[in-house]
Design a protein around this ligand. Structure first.
Ligand SMILES: Cc1cc2nc3c(=O)[nH]c(=O)nc-3n(C[C@H](O)[C@H](O)[C@H](O)COP(=O)(O)OP(=O)(O)OC[C@H]3O[C@@H](n4cnc5c(N)ncnc54)[C@H](O)[C@@H]3O)c2cc1C
Length: 415
C-alpha cells in the first residue's frame, strides 16, 4: 500500500487525504491544530464555493453540510456612485448553487472523519527538518499548509506573479441579525459592492458554528479609507469600523445591517498578503522532493472568491494524477506534470483575479453596466465565478467584449 504524507489540514489537504483514504492509500495527515482548536478558533476565510468545486466534494461524499448551509443562487454586483447611491445594481443567476460553510465547521468535521476512518492524524506544526526525515519514509509528501511559513520551500515564480506586495487590506466580520435583502428576498446571493478607487464590500450568507449567519467582508486598497483595521484587536471595535465604513460607502448594505451582532468573539479577521504563484516542487536539504498544493503554489487575492474553489479543484486534479500513476515513483517529472494539470485551470483564475485588482478598463465598465439591462450578461458574469476560463471569451479583449454585447443586444431586440 502506498504511503502518503499530507502536511496541512485545510480545504485541499483534507479533501486529498479523505479522497486518497477512500481509494485505499495509507495516509498520514499533519495539522498544526486539533479539530477542537480549529472549531473554537478564529474565522479563516469567507469560503464561498461554487458548483464545480462543490461537486468534487459531493463526488467524495464529503458534502456533509449541504442541507444546512444556505443555498446561494445568485451573484450580484453594485457599483457605488460618487454620492454613495448605486450607479449599477444587478444580480445574475447561478446555474448551480454556491455555498459557504465556515472552514471552522468543515475542517474540524472532516478532520474527525479522517481519524474515525482510521487515518493517521498527527498534531504537529511541521518544520522543513521534519519533512527532510519524512521524505525518506513516505512514497510522496505533499505540502498543503496554505500561506504559512512552509511556502519558503517553494521558489516564487516571478513570471506568473505580477505583484510583490498585497493589493488589498482584508477585513472580515461574521454576523447574525442581517435584515432581509429587499432586491430579491426570495433567494440568497453573494453581493459584490464595488466602490471605485476605494475597494469592495462582499456580503454573503454562510453556515457557521452557531448556524446561519452573514459575512461582511471589506477589501480595501492599501493606504485608502478602507485600510483601517490594522491594530484593531477588539472584535466589537472591528465590527463598529466595518459598519461605519458601510454607512459611508455602501449605505444600501448598511440599511440591512443596523441590528447585527458578531457571531462569536472569534468572528473577525484582518490581514493582507501578496498574490503569489510558486514553483510546485520543494527541494529539501537532504535531497528529497515535496509537492506543493493549492495556496502553497497559487495564492490569489480573495477579491474573486476563488481560493477554496481552487483548493478543491487542485485536490481533485492531484487525486486523479496520484491514482493514475499506479505504483510508479512520484519523481520530479510526475510532480511537475501533476501541477501543470492543475495550472490548466488555475491560470485562468490568476489572470482574472489579477485583472479584478486593477482599475477596470472602459470595455469592462461597459460590460458590467450592460449586465444591468441584459440578464444573459449578468448570468454569464455570475457563472464565471464557477468557471473563470469563460472570461477569456468575453472579458479581457475589448473586441470580444463588444462582439458579445452586440450579439446579446441583437438577440434581446429581436425577441
Ligand atoms: C479573507 C478571506 C476570504 C476568502 N474568501 C474566499 C471565498 O469566498 N471563496 C474562496 O474560494 N476562497 C476564499 N478565500 C481563500 C481560501 O480561504 C483559501 O484559498 C483556501 O482556504 C486555501 O486552501 P488550502 O488548503 O490551500 O490552505 P488553508 O485552507 O490555508 O489550509 C492550510 C492548513 O495548514 C495548516 N498549517 C500551516 N502551517 C502548517 C505546518 N507547518 N504544519 C502543519 N499544518 C500547517 C494551517 O493551520 C491550515 O489549517 C478567502 C481567503 C481569505 C483570507
Amino acid at each position: 500500500m502506498r504511503k502518503i504524507l499530507i502536511v496541512g489540514a485545510g480545504q485541499s489537504g483534507l479533501q486529498l487525504a479523505l479522497g486518497l483514504q477512500s481509494s485505499g492509500y495509507e495516509v498520514t495527515l499533519m495539522s498544526n491544530r486539533t479539530a477542537d482548536e480549529i472549531r473554537s478558533g478564529r474565522v479563516m476565510s469567507t469560503q464561498c464555493m461554487f458548483d464545480t468545486a462543490l461537486q468534487h466534494e459531493r463526488d467524495l461524499q464529503l458534502n456533509f453540510w449541504e442541507s444546512q448551509a444556505p443555498r446561494i443562487e445568485g451573484l450580484g454586483v453594485s457599483v457605488a456612485a460618487p454620492d454613495s447611491s448605486r450607479a449599477i445594481d444587478w444580480v445574475g443567476k447561478l446555474d448551480g448553487f454556491a455555498q459557504s460553510v465556515d472552514q471552522r465547521v468543515k475542517m474540524a468535521g472532516w478532520m474527525e472523519t479522517f481519524a474515525q476512518r482510521g487515518g493517521q492524524l498527527v498534531i504537529h506544526g511541521a518544520a522543513v527538518s521534519d519533512l527532510d526525515y519524512f521524505s525518506r519514509t513516505y512514497d510522496l509528501v505533499m505540502v498543503s499548509a496554505g500561506k504559512g511559513e512552509l511556502v519558503s520551500m517553494f521558489g516564487r515564480d516571478a513570471s506568473r506573479s505580477p505583484f510583490d506586495a498585497p493589493q488589498r487590506a482584508l477585513a472580515v466580520a461574521y454576523v447574525h441579525g442581517m435584515g432581509p435583502r429587499p432586491e430579491h428576498p426570495e433567494f440568497d446571493a453573494v453581493r459584490c459592492n464595488l466602490v471605485p478607487g476605494v475597494g469592495e464590500l462582499f456580503v454573503m450568507p454562510t453556515l457557521t458554528t452557531s448556524g446561519r449567519a452573514d459575512i461582511l467582508f471589506w477589501e480595501g486598497i492599501p493606504g485608502g479609507p478602507l485600510d483601517a483595521f490594522q491594530g484593531i484587536k477588539d472584535p466589537s471595535e472591528h465590527l463598529a469600523k466595518t459598519l461605519e465604513l458601510m454607512e459611508q460607502f455602501t449605505p444600501w448594505e448598511y440599511a440591512r445591517a443596523t441590528k447585527v451582532e458578531l457571531t462569536d468573539a472569534n468572528g473577525t479577521l484582518a490581514g493582507r498578503y501578496a498574490p503569489t504563484v510558486r514553483k510546485p516542487i520543494g527541494r529539501l536539504p537532504g535531497g528529497g522532493l515535496v509537492l506543493g498544493v493549492a495556496d502553497v503554489v497559487v495564492a490569489n487575492d480573495p477579491i474573486t472568491g476563488q481560493g477554496s474553489n481552487s483548493a478543491s479543484k487542485c485536490a481533485d486534479a492531484y487525486l486523479r494524477s496520484i491514482i493514475e500513476h499506479g505504483d510508479r515513483p512520484f519523481d520530479a517529472d510526475w510532480m511537475q506534470s501533476t501541477f501543470d494539470r492543475y495550472w490548466d485551470t488555475a491560470q485562468h483564475v490568476v489572470k482574472w483575479t489579477n485583472a479584478m485588482l486593477g482599475v477596470p478598463p472602459e470595455h469592462v465598465l461597459n460590460l458590467i453596466g450592460a449586465a444591468g439591462q441584459l440578464q444573459p450578461v449578468a448570468d454569464r458574469f455570475a457563472n464565471g465565478f464557477d468557471n473563470p476560463a469563460d472570461f477569456d471569451n468575453f472579458f479581457f479583449d475589448p473586441e470580444k467584449t463588444n462582439a458579445y454585447l452586440a450579439q446579446v443586444s441583437g438577440a434581446a431586440s429581436a425577441a
